[in-house]
Design a protein around this ligand. Structure first.
Ligand code: NDP
Ligand code: A1CAB
Length: 280
C-alpha cells in the first residue's frame, strides 16, 4: 500500500479486494468523495480488468490481496460470498488492530469475518445496490461486534457519493437485500416483461422497449422529484372507469403483491441458506 494511515483519519488508505461490479462502483464513489487515487489499491485476479480499473479511476493496484491489505487503514471486501473464506485467510496476517474491515457481501454474518480475522477486528457490513453507480443507490451499513460509531461514520463518508445510506441492525440486512440490494433487478425484469407485453399487443420490439424504458425511468424520476407518494401518483394516472384501473385490477387479481412478496421472500431465504452453507 502506498499510504498507510489510521482508519479514522479523513481519507485512510483503502485496499479494495475484488474489482468487479461492486468493487468498481465503490472505488468510483470514493474518488468522488475525495479519496486520492494513490490512497486506493485495488486487487482483482483478472489482470486485464485490473488495468482497466486503474486507468479509469487512477488508483493503485496490487498483485495479491495480502499485499494490498498490508498497511491499509481499511480493507474493503468485494468478492462473492463463496470466495470470501479464501480471501480472509489470505489477508488475516496483514490485518492489524488498527485495520477496519468493510464487506459488501450478502449472506455472511459479521461473526464469519470475526472468526477468520484477529480477535477484536472491527467489521462493518455494507449492503449497496447498483444505482450507486449514478449516485442514486440505497445502501445500508451495520456494525459487527467490535465496530464503533466512528467506524460507521467513516464508512458513511466512503459511501457519501453513492446516494442514500442508512444504518440498520445486522439482523435486518437480509430484508435490505430483498428491498434494495437485489431489487434493481426486479425493476429491470418488469421493464422486460412490459416490453414483451407490448410486442404481444402488436408493437415493434424496439419501439415497445423504448416506450417501456422511457415510461419507467420517467415515472421513477417523477416519484423521486415530485415529493408525492406512489399512491397519489398512481391515483393521478387512473381515470374512473378507465384503462389504468382496468390494468391495475387485472394485475391485482393476477397476484401482483404475491409475486413481489415471493421474490423478496426468496431473496431472504437464499441469503440465509447461503450464509448457513458457507458460515456453518
Ligand atoms: N452486484 C450487486 O448488485 C451487488 C453485489 N453485492 C455483493 O458484492 C460482492 C461482489 O459482487 P459483484 O461485484 O457483483 O461480483 P463480481 O464477480 O463482479 O466481482 C468480484 C470480483 O472479485 C474477483 N475476485 C474473486 N476472488 C478474488 C481474489 N481472491 N483476489 C482478487 N480478486 C478476486 C472476481 O474475479 P473472478 O471473476 O475471476 O471470480 C471478480 O472480478 C458479492 O459478495 C455480492 O454479494 C452486494 C450488493 C449488490
Ligand atoms: O445477487 C446477489 O447475491 C447480490 C447481492 C445483492 C445483489 N446482488
Amino acid at each position: 500500500m502506498s499510504t498507510p494511515a489510521s482508519p479514522l483519519s479523513e481519507h485512510p488508505s483503502v485496499a479494495v479486494i475484488g474489482g468487479g461490479v461492486m468493487g468498481e462502483t465503490l472505488v468510483s464513489a470514493m474518488r468522488v468523495a475525495g479519496w486520492p487515487g494513490s490512497s486506493i489499491t485495488v486487487v482483482d485476479r483478472n489482470a486485464e480488468r485490473l488495468a482497466t480499473l486503474a486507468d479509469a479511476h487512477e488508483v493503485a493496484t496490487a498483485g495479491a490481496a495480502a499485499e494490498a491489505a498490508a498497511g491499509a487503514g481499511v480493507v474493503l471486501l468485494a468478492v462473492k460470498p463463496q470466495q470470501m473464506a479464501e480471501v480472509l485467510d489470505e489477508i488475516s496476517a496483514a490485518v492489524t488492530p488498527g485495520t477496519l474491515v468493510v464487506t459488501v457481501a450478502a449472506a455472511l454474518p459479521s461473526s464469519f469475518y470475526e472468526r477468520h480475522l484477529p480477535a477484536g477486528t472491527p467489521v462493518v457490513r455494507v449492503m449497496p445496490n447498483t444505482p450507486a453507480v449514478v449516485g442514486r443507490g440505497a445502501t445500508s451499513v451495520s456494525a459487527g461486534a467490535a465496530a464503533t460509531d466512528d467506524h460507521l461514520a467513516l464508512v458513511e463518508t466512503m459511501l457519501q457519493a453513492t446516494g442514500l445510506v442508512v444504518r440498520v441492525p445486522e439482523e435486518n440486512i437480509d430484508a435490505v437485500i430483498a428491498v434494495a440490494g437485489s431489487a434493481p433487478a426486479y425493476f429491470f425484469a418488469v421493464v422486460e416483461a412490459l416490453t414483451e407485453a407490448g410486442v404481444m399487443q402488436g408493437l415493434d420490439r424496439e419501439l415497445a422497449s423504448t416506450l417501456a424504458q422511457q415510461t419507467f425511468t420517467g415515472a421513477a424520476q417523477l416519484l423521486a422529484e415530485s415529493g408525492d407518494t406512489p399512491q397519489e401518483l398512481r391515483r393521478r394516472v387512473s381515470s374512473p372507469g378507465g384503462t389504468t384501473l382496468a390494468a391495475l385490477d387485472a394485475m391485482t387479481h393476477a397476484g401482483l403483491q404475491g409475486v413481489i412478496s415471493a421474490g423478496a421472500n426468496a431473496a431472504v431465504s437464499r441469503s440465509k441458506e447461503l450464509g448457513a452453507e458457507l458460515a456453518g
